[in-house]
Structures are given as C-alpha cells and as structure tokens.
Design a protein around this ligand. Sequence first.
Ligand SMILES: CC(C)(COP(=O)(O)OP(=O)(O)OC[C@H]1O[C@@H](n2cnc3c(N)ncnc32)[C@H](O)[C@@H]1OP(=O)(O)O)[C@@H](O)C(=O)NCCC(=O)NCCS
Length: 148
Amino acid sequence: MNDPDLVIRSGDLSDIKYIMELEQGSIVHPWDSKAIESLIVDPNKKCLVADLHGEVVGYVGAETVLDECNIGNIVTHKDYRGRGFASVMMENLLSVLKDMGINKLFLEVEHDNGPAIALYEKFGFVRYGLRRDYYGQGKDAILMSLDL
Ligand SMILES: CC(C)(COP(=O)(O)OP(=O)(O)OC[C@H]1O[C@@H](n2cnc3c(N)ncnc32)[C@H](O)[C@@H]1OP(=O)(O)O)[C@@H](O)C(=O)NCCC(=O)NCCS
C-alpha cells in the first residue's frame, strides 16, 4: 500500500520538534532534542523522515560504526499506521545504508512490541539474543540483526 504523495527525505533541523512529538506520542523513553539533533547533523548517523503533504508523519533514526549500523528507532504517527509508511521508510533506509557500504544491522525491540517485531521480520531481521529487563523490570529487549 504505497501512498504516491509520501516523500522520504533526510531529516533537517526544522524537523526536530515534529520528530519529538512523534517520539512523545509513541515511545516510553523518548529521545531529547539534542539526541535528535545529533541524528541529523552527525555524518555517522542517519535520520529519514516520512513527509506527507509537508507533515512529518514518521521517522527512522540509525547510527553507523564502520560497516555496521544500529537502528535506534522507527515511528509512524498513530493516525497513519498500517498504511505501509514504516515499510517505505525501512526500504529507503536499507537502500541508503547499502550505498554507504553497511553490511550488518542491529536493533533492540521490546519483547511484546508485536507490530515492530513483525515489521523487522518482514525485512529479514532475525533474533539473536535477549536482554532481560532492558526497558525496566519484566520488559526484556529482543536483539535482532540483518545481513545486508
Ligand atoms: C512499528 C511501527 C513503526 C509500524 O509502522 P506502520 O507504518 O504502521 O507499519 P507498516 O504499515 O509499514 O507495516 C509494516 C509491517 O509491520 C507489521 N505490522 C504493522 N502494524 C502491525 C500490527 N498492528 N500488528 C502486527 N503487525 C503489524 C506488518 O508485518 C506490516 O507488514 P504487512 O502490512 O506487509 O503485513 C508503528 O506501529 C509504530 O510507530 N509503533 C510505535 C513506535 C515503535 O514501537 N517503534 C519501534 C520501536 S523499536
């Protein structure tokens, strides 16, 4: 389900407040503006936003080290979920990372976050470990990786 009006582009500094709003509405421990700014300006990091008619309706943030990358977060605005937006963001991110020479991706996801786990599995991520209580008592992190 691809919306022809959806544009995936690099995030810029004027997007920070919208990315923060997305985080605050969706993530238990949202990133602060400094962390998001660093995603945008640091050449070793990547921030892509999903822009629908000028509105930031999603974003993905990742950090690279040599030929590896850690996906820190991916969020679609609550009102726009289930429309394939995260899939389009992920396709774009994987393509950009491949062009940068990245070979391996890693991420952590809360064990009961069904939609996110299903998204990652759709793109071929596999589980390789578990971090107990990573997000708080009883909130384990599933560790996933993907060979690009
Ligand atoms: C996870 C999230 C980014 C998915 O965004 P989305 O734009 O709704 O995702 P898409 O519509 O592109 O769906 C992609 C895949 O995710 C999975 N998925 C999405 N919503 C799902 C749901 N409610 N239940 C199960 N699987 C779901 C499916 O595998 C889907 O692929 P398919 O439609 O081909 O079956 C979104 O739910 C979100 O923002 N959640 C809150 C933030 C979060 O938890 N991020 C991950 C942190 S690690």
